[in-house]
Design a protein around this ligand. Structure first.
Ligand SMILES: *[C@@H]1O[C@H](CO)[C@@H](O)[C@H](O)[C@H]1NC(C)=O
Ligand SMILES: *[C@@H]1O[C@H](CO)[C@@H](O)[C@H](O)[C@H]1NC(C)=O
Ligand SMILES: *[C@@H]1O[C@H](CO)[C@@H](O)[C@H](O)[C@H]1NC(C)=O
Ligand SMILES: *[C@@H]1O[C@H](CO)[C@@H](O)[C@H](O)[C@H]1NC(C)=O
Ligand SMILES: *[C@@H]1O[C@H](CO)[C@@H](O)[C@H](O)[C@H]1NC(C)=O
Ligand SMILES: *[C@@H]1O[C@H](CO)[C@@H](O)[C@H](O)[C@H]1NC(C)=O
Ligand SMILES: *[C@@H]1O[C@H](CO)[C@@H](O)[C@H](O)[C@H]1NC(C)=O
Length: 453
């Protein structure tokens, strides 16, 4: 029985049996079996749905690249429960790849991953034809390989690549994908190429006209993109795209012409940590989640009727942007800006507002207190809300700044100041002539009310 399991595992990898002595650990709850090549004791791995081969050098198996599965082996392969196969921390000679893919084609494996692997270049190898692979999700993370140039005739893989749904190639120093290869991924739903070296121009060749038409999720974070507008033009044809992550790139901070339109299908747009100072009216109308955190934004003015979540943490805002043209907004983050006051009439309708670590003026902190009184509105209250002014309250919690009941907004717009002057004038008038009159107090109060509107 033990021997049978080792046999099965080595079969999965297309390795030659006598040499493959795997040491396996099985995690029952996740049905995950991790095996190394070093030792030779085996445990129960057959019920596993995920097999992982971790650590070692597969060069010693390079000689087994020619084995062909016979009918008995094929029967076993077809009966295996494994759905996901992971190769991690390995040195993999390219010559093993075609054989392994051929063995895989008899299994139900739908996810294939290579994590921290180095592919050794083989001068003479080719991909043979094989039955269709059921692998629909392919992931490479931190892999290195020699450039594929013309060693590999990808068109032999076409039938498989045309069915692939998810492709991830992260932190692997990729600079571009040739247009002809991009064209083969006709069914791709998710493409994640984060943490590579894509630049504006190489992105153009990868996303040449007519490719990735089914793409819904595209992650390009942490690359070397610099022009927001070029990226917009390059990706504009992806009419199915709903989720775009461009965070952690280095865009030039200038105002964009609105001549470029992002796909209207876009619902989730991540522009966090991209150096943006302003964002014009070039955003697509159906966005529901927009992340603009960790930029240099100091002013904001857009109309997004469907927007539900807006993240503006770590920017340079001094006032709360107007929410008038964001009628669906529910979640807003404004923490780590330079805001001195929160107008409660704008913000009370939100479900969640994160606004700690700002420069609050506690002379008029009543609005913040009003917001804090609404249950679960401020998740970071009270610990992240400290006074920046007046001086004697600097550093203390806004929660404890009870000395004022004045609302700030009475003092911010010109009309209000004008009203206030009239009020003061009235105070003098009444003080001298109508002190005894019962109307004194109500006149003053009415005056305050109108200056607050
Ligand atoms: C299996 O578990 C043992 C003990 O926890 C550990 O020493 C060994 O490295 C593990 N093997 C693999 C392949 O993870
Ligand atoms: C990556 O794999 C190599 C062996 O190929 C190993 O020596 C190294 O420790 C691995 N790195 C990490 C971060 O696991
Ligand atoms: C592809 O990725 C999406 C989103 O992460 C996931 O929901 C889906 O299950 C994946 N599909 C496959 C075939 O792995
Ligand atoms: C690649 O393979 C296809 C068919 O398998 C063949 O038609 C084509 O000529 C090959 N291309 C090159 C460059 O070898
Ligand atoms: C990013 O691109 C610039 C040229 O556009 C290049 O000088 C720089 O080295 C690139 N950075 C990385 C991390 O590749
Ligand atoms: C946007 O990307 C950043 C960093 O890449 C990540 O931390 C953040 O969670 C993302 N935002 C959303 C809304 O997914
Ligand atoms: C804080 O508010 C008070 C009263 O509303 C105002 O007089 C003062 O100038 C403000 N301080 C700062 C630093 O803006």
């Amino acid at each position: 029985m033990l021997r049978a399991q080792a046999f099965v595992f080595s079969l999965l990898l297309g390795l030659e049996l006598p040499k493959a002595k795997a040491n396996c650990n099985f995690t029952e709850s996740q049905r995950h079996c991790v095996c190394s090549l070093e030792a030779n004791n085996f445990i129960q791995c057959l019920p596993a749905t995920t097999y992982e081969l971790r650590g070692g050098n597969l060069e010693q198996f390079a000689g087994s690249s020619g084995i062909k599965p016979n009918s008995q082996i094929i029967e076993i392969l077809e009966a295996l429960l494994v759905r996901k196969l992971i190769f991690s921390d390995l040195i993999v000679p390219e010559v093993l790849v075609p054989g392994s893919l051929q063995f895989l084609s008899y299994t139900q494996v739908s996810e294939l991953e290579f994590v921290n692997c180095t592919f050794l270049r083989a001068t003479d190898w080719s991909l043979q034809g094989w039955r269709d692979l059921k692998v629909s999700s392919l992931r490479f993370h931190k892999v290195t390989s020699a450039p594929l140039d013309d060693r590999l005739n990808m068109s032999r893989l076409r039938r498989w690549l045309e069915t692939l749904q998810n492709l991830t190639v992260t932190e692997s120093q990729v600079t571009s994908v040739p247009c002809e290869i991009s064209k083969m991924f006709t069914a791709l739903h998710l493409l994640d190429v984060s943490g590579n070296n894509f630049q504006d121009q190489t992105l153009k060749s990868t996303f040449c006209e007519g490719v990735f038409l089914q793409l819904q999720i595209l992650k390009l974070h942490h690359n070397n993109l610099t022009s927001f507008e070029t990226v917009c033009r390059t990706l504009g044809h992806l009419k199915m795209l709903t989720h775009l992550d461009l965070s952690q790139n280095n865009f030039q901070p200038r105002v964009f012409s609105s001549s470029c339109t992002w796909p209207h299908s876009l619902h989730i747009f991540n522009l966090s940590s991209t150096g943006l100072e302003q964002i014009g009216n070039s955003l697509p109308p159906n966005i529901e989640i927009l992340d603009l955190s960790a930029n240099n934004i100091f002013t904001l003015d857009f109309s997004l009727p469907a927007l539900k979540e807006l993240y503006l943490s770590k920017n340079r805002l001094q006032t709360v942007p107007s929410l008038d043209r964001l009628p669906s907004l529910q979640v807003l983050s404004l923490d780590q800006n330079q805001i001195s006051q929160l107008p409660s009439n704008h913000l009370l309708r939100l479900q969640s507002l994160k606004a700690g670590h700002n420069l609050y003026n506690c002379s008029c902190s009543r609005d913040i207190q009003d917001l804090a009184a609404k249950p679960s509105l401020l998740p970071d209250w009270p610990q992240d809300y400290t006074c920046h002014s007046p001086l004697n309250y600097q550093g203390s919690l806004v929660k404890n700044a009870h000395f004022s009941s004045l609302r700030c907004k009475a003092l911010v717009t010109r009309g209000s100041i004008f009203n206030l002057l009239i009020c003061l004038h009235l105070v003098f008038l009444f003080a001298f002539s109508a002190t005894i009159s019962g109307h004194f107090l109500s006149a003053i109060l009415n005056c305050w009310d109108s200056s607050g509107n």
